[in-house]
Design a protein around this ligand. Structure first.
Ligand SMILES: [Zn+2]
Length: 285
């Protein structure tokens, strides 16, 4: 079996053919963690996971939903919510046995609202993030961390705060080995997406080299794999909507980089995911 440790199958991009996508995942032996980004999508993630045996949910508030703004994403545009983390609401969701983690939460200084200063955005995002750290610890759940253009700030928050997550994954890791080392020192996992299959960007070849260096050096027992579907389809499917079963390409790439067989890597990654998401109860494990 394979686990796609992070995707958004409850998003509207799968509205018309979600059942078919779920069927393809079952066919490929792919188990799914579908991740919420605000109150509405967190609820939908739980509802979908409750209905499907091969599916689990993560609940939380993404940093782009802290202020209202139009987000022009890499692949999809959306209007963000302006929410605060309503603990009582998430308490209700956390009662579901299918909830295995809290997130995605974190710091995002890439998408900034027009009328706010970076300091103001960071302050608010930090407050909302720390609330979710406490919430995750209250339920003994791991944290799913999103970070974009803000590694320095996030690492500083994590180091300076008394409250730190008991366990966590930095999802869609695309930074360098220097930052990776800091997260690994904190005991975190790193989640790798289809981005590791991309060719180097002509305008910035160094960033892909840096990322591949992380895939080479990261201890195998601290790696997770994910698609972040509907975003970030691996290179072979670039331009298409990403689907969770495409996570196979991420495994292939890691096996190739690490000089291991597909089965070896598959088994390690599967076990890592269960080690982090301790609430995931699979029949054959
Ligand atoms: Zn995501």
């Amino acid at each position: 079996m394979i686990i796609d440790s992070h995707c958004h199958l409850h998003f509207d991009s799968f509205k018309s053919d979600r059942d078919q996508v779920i069927a393809s995942c079952i066919e490929h032996g792919v188990i799914i963690n579908t991740v919420g980004t605000h109150s509405g999508t967190s609820k939908r993630a739980v509802e979908l996971a409750e209905k499907n045996e091969n599916m689990y949910a993560t609940i939380g508030l993404h940093p782009t939903h802290v202020f209202p703004m139009e987000v022009h994403g890499d692949e999809y545009d959306f209007i963000s919510k302006a929410e605060t983390f309503d603990e009582a609401y998430y308490d209700t969701l956390a009662q579901s046995e299918k909830v295995i983690a809290v997130g995605e939460c974190g710091i995002d200084l890439f998408h900034l609202p027009e009328n706010k200063s970076t300091e103001e955005v960071l302050e608010k995002q930090k407050e909302v993030f720390l609330k979710q750290v406490d919430f995750a610890n209250k339920y003994n759940l791991p944290l799913v961390i999103h970070v974009r253009d803000a590694h320095e700030q996030l690492i500083q928050i994590l180091k300076s705060e008394v409250r730190s997550p008991k366990s966590a994954v930095v999802h869609c890791y695309t930074s360098n080995w220097g930052n990776a080392g800091k997260y690994l020192d904190m005991g975190f996992y790193l989640g790798f997406t289809g981005v590791i299959t991309f060719p180097p960007k002509k305008t910035d070849p160094k960033s892909q080299e840096d990322l591949i260096e992380v895939v080479k050096k990261c201890p195998l027992n601290r790696m997770l794999i994910e698609t972040d579907a509907p975003y970030l389809a691996p290179q072979a499917y670039r331009g298409q909507r990403c689907e969770p079963w495409m996570v196979e390409d991420v495994i292939k790439k890691i096996a190739e980089i690490r000089g291991k067989t597909l089965d070896e890597i598959k088994n390690i990654l599967y076990q890592n995911t269960l080690n982090l998401f301790t609430r995931m109860k699979l029949k054959d494990s």
